[in-house]
Write a protein that binds this ligand. Structure first.
Ligand code: NAD
Length: 243
């Protein structure tokens, strides 16, 4: 199997897109460690570790636990992220710092802690979860979009920095995906079914993106099959970014 003997860390792997990624990598033979605020939510087949990507001590302790358990880390999927709604008029400085700390600095933190192990791997790959929001200019998402744009820049810079160490760094850019996050948003609407239909119809291909589709793109970027791909991003958005 393509990930036999490899160890993958997936942040935010207890729900939604991250859970699908964790399962997909495990199907390919990887041993998977899920780092999440809610480790109890992870598929019990994986090694779940409590971690807050916004806390450097927590991240270092979690990566140390993974290394102690598996003695190696080959793949890091920086997927943990949160949303933020509003224009620049709506979110104060504290909110900007809080969301950047999770969505952007968290990726640097987790990768930094895992780097010594990635450098030893014959097949090292980092995959970051960005979003269609990085490029789409979505109303009421100023802060969230800025964090996801930063993820694209970070991905390219990291790819350049670690190319000669044999570590590839890429991103996936999902469109609106069918996850508990989106379900929570729909549930808060007056008519969730009508809101769901409206959301489906706004997607170029008429439906939400499946988490498993994002996971397949991540699996490709994590695998040696994409050995000539680094600093790239794959849109999994029904065509929203490119059509
Ligand atoms: P989700 O809310 O279903 O899952 C997110 C997971 O991350 C949860 O398990 C949560 O506990 C964990 N998490 C949150 N903050 C954390 C922290 N500080 N430390 C560790 N874990 C933390 O969300 P999702 O929809 O699966 O989104 C996952 C990623 O995909 C996010 O980065 C999001 O920005 C991105 N994304 C989502 C969509 C979408 O439509 N759902 C679209 C594009 C991009």
């Amino acid at each position: 199997m393509e990930f036999s003997e490899l160890v993958a860390v997936v942040t935010g792997g207890a729900s939604g897109i991250g859970a699908a990624i964790a399962d997909r990598l495990a199907e390919g033979g990887a041993q998977v460690a899920v780092l999440d605020l809610n480790p109890a939510g992870a598929n019990p087949a994986h090694f779940a570790v409590a971690a807050n990507v916004a806390d450097d001590e927590s991240v270092k302790a979690a990566i140390a636990q993974v290394a102690e358990r598996f003695r190696r880390i080959d793949i890091v999927v920086n997927n943990a992220g949160i949303g933020a709604v509003g224009t620049v008029a709506d979110n104060d400085d504290d909110e900007w710092h809080r969301v950047f700390d999770i969505n952007v600095v968290g990726m640097a933190r987790v990768t930094r802690a895992a780097l010594p192990y990635l450098r030893e791997s014959p097949s090292a790959a980092v995959v970051n979860t960005s979003s269609i929001a990085a490029t789409a200019g979505i109303p009421q998402r100023a802060l969230y979009s800025a964090t996801k744009g930063a993820v694209l820049s970070l991905t390219r810079a990291m790819a350049a920095d670690h190319l000669r160490e044999g570590i590839r760094v890429n991103s996936v850019n999902p469109g609106t995906a069918d996850t508990p996050w989106v379900a929570r948003l729909l549930d808060s609407a007056d008519d969730p079914a009508a809101e769901r239909a409206a959301l489906d119809s706004r997607q170029p291909h008429g439906r939400l993106v499946a988490a498993a589709e994002v996971a397949d793109a991540v699996a490709y970027l994590a695998s040696p099959r994409s050995g000539s791909t680094t600093g790239a991003s794959i849109a999994v958005d029904g065509g929203m970014q490119n059509l």
